[in-house]
Ligand binder design. Structure first.
Ligand code: ADP
Ligand code: MG
Length: 500
């Protein structure tokens, strides 16, 4: 494995940065981890709080099967060991957004053990080849509430809606060596979570956030002391936090100081981190097994169902697109990065194949190229995303069939697509109404070609004298004369016959 060559340049030489991420991902589930209260985002403060979440004395937590199932499915998706026996522990601390005085978490026996994921080579980002990032564990725990300090000049409020919502804490190995690798890791993890459907990955709404552990060392030396920057909520911020923190540590060490293990905060405005508190150790929390909860024991039927319910995951899908559909690695990567994109592509493929009476594999290249180089841009320009596309898979498939059958040219298809996005009409109706059918009749094309050649006698001379690049000019002129409707293949053939 070639290591990343990302380096921080210091006065005493080059430094390497070592990164490990703890990602908190909110489990997709209608109810909380140990209560039936709703988890919907954006509700009135304190409107989704059960007696359990408010920590009323005598209330007993009951694990929500769906939350456990989602965490197990996530573990399976990262090829991790699933622990059929796990246990919840109390992590004791006082904070105003934590009415219980402890968080129910898992320290000693997490639900999910050792696994990992692969980030792809990305030359531009300095990732030389595919790299596996180890994941040491996933444990399930409760989220805390939220304090609101800006509602009143002298008082703080607490909103317990989030209190008790299930989180997966996904702890990576310190395997990343550059901000780009960490960014790729978060994106890949988010992609997997979305494929699995165990977390919506929405970082702006806080359903996924990362604690960023960073240390620096001279290449080849043992790991240095790390700091942990808490609750970073976008991929870009994760990368910025690492860059800033690595630089700060190098400067500190080179100035004769030492890095202390501490918790830091990221300030998105300045892109810097600042100290929050010195790092506490596990023993400060007086963890102990939660006496209100039995150990979790998962039987084979449950585990089998979890496994059977997993969809095709991004790596497998990407491989299949390349090997079975013949797509380029680039196209396969773009189309599988997000599950919605892959779903759209696959639905389009079926429609385009049916409309042309061909097997999907035969139209896959056409469909993928069109989607990536035409559709995404046009959709974006029209102010839409795939989720609210005014053009359905079926309508898009019909447009592709018109191109595939030679009814319209690729350039006319762009124009048709724009009209489809504006009006919602079908490609067939637009082509009919606007008279956009491609002219394949060689008589009409010959006439147009002859006129172009006659009007450009000087260029014909030059072409015959060896300036072959002019061929494209003649094609362009002929297409222009035919208002883009000439069948490019026939235009090429006629031109060739006339010129040679
Ligand atoms: P703790 O239990 O104290 O939080 P862990 O050993 O669980 O510590 O590590 C927490 C995170 O810190 C993990 O993601 C791990 O990869 C990362 N980490 C550990 N050591 C280092 C280091 N020297 N530099 C950077 N990250 C580290
Ligand atoms: Mg930790």
């Amino acid at each position: 494995m070639t290591e990343s060559t990302y380096r921080i340049h210091g006065a005493t030489g080059d430094w390497e940065v070592v990164i490990g991420l703890e990602v908190h991902a909110q489990v997709t589930s209608r109810a909380k981890l140990f209560s039936g209260a709703s988890t919907a985002f954006g509700a009135e403060p304190n409107s989704q709080v059960s007696l359990v979440d408010a920590a009323m004395p005598g209330m007993l937590p009951v694990p929500n099967r769906e939350c456990i199932r989602q965490a197990v499915r996530t573990g399976m998706a990262i090829d991790a060991q699933i622990n059929a026996w796990s246990r919840f522990d109390r992590k004791n601390y006082f904070y105003a957004d934590l009415p219980q005085g402890y968080q129910i978490s898992q320290l000693y026996h997490p639900l999910v053990g050792e696994g990992g994921l692969t980030i792809e080579a990305d030359e531009k980002a300095g990732i030389a080849e595919d790299k596996r990032i180890g994941i040491e564990r996933i444990h399930v725990e409760q989220d805390a509430g939220k304090l609101m300090h800006d509602q009143h000049p002298t008082m703080s409020y607490v909103d317990l809606n989030r209190s008790g919502v299930a989180l997966m804490e996904i702890v990576s190995r310190p395997d990343m060596r550059s901000p780009a690798e960490a960014g790729a890791y978060v994106r890949k993890l988010r992609s997997i979570l979305r494929y699995v459907g165990s977390c919506d990955g929405n970082m702006e709404e806080g359903s996924m956030r990362a604690d960023v552990n960073v240390s620096v060392r001279k290449p080849g030396e043992p790991f240095g002391t790390r700091t942990e920057t808490k609750n970073v909520n976008s991929v870009r911020f994760v990368m910025q936090a690492i860059e800033h923190e690595a630089r700060r540590q190098v400067d500190l060490i080179e100035d004769g100081g030492t890095v202390v293990q501490e918790t830091r905060l990221f300030d998105p405005g300045s892109g810097t981190t600042r100290s929050m508190r010195s790092k506490e150790d596990a023993h400060d929390y007086r963890y102990f097994p939660d006496p209100d909860l039995l150990p979790l024991e998962l039987d084979d039927a449950f585990l089998d169902e979890c496994r059977a319910s997993l969809p095709e995951l991004p790596d497998a899908k990407r491989r299949r697109y390349i090997e079975e559909l013949g797509l380029s690695a680039y196209n396969a990567g773009v189309l599988t990065a997000e599950v919605e994109t892959a779903r759209w592509f696959e639905a389009l493929l079926l429609e385009a194949a049916a409309a042309q009476g061909k097997p999907p594999a035969e139209v896959a290249k056409q469909a993928s190229n069109w989607l990536i180089s035409e559709f995404f841009g046009a959709l974006n320009k029209a102010g839409h995303s795939l989720e609210d596309s005014p053009v359905s898979h079926a309508r898009a498939g019909e447009l592709l069939a018109l191109i595939g059958k030679g009814t319209i040219s690729g350039s006319i298809a762009k124009q048709v697509l724009e009209t489809m996005l504006e009006t919602g009409d079908s490609a067939g109706a637009i082509v009919e109404r606007e008279g956009l059918k491609q002219e394949s009749d060689s008589g009409a094309i010959e006439a147009a070609v002859d006129k172009v050649l006659a009007d450009n006698a000087d260029k014909v001379e030059q072409y015959k004298a060896g300036k072959e690049a002019l061929f494209g000019f003649f094609v362009g002129q002929t297409m222009k004369a035919m208002q883009g409707k000439g069948n490019p293949q026939v235009v090429n053939e006629v031109l060739r016959a006339r010129l040679n």
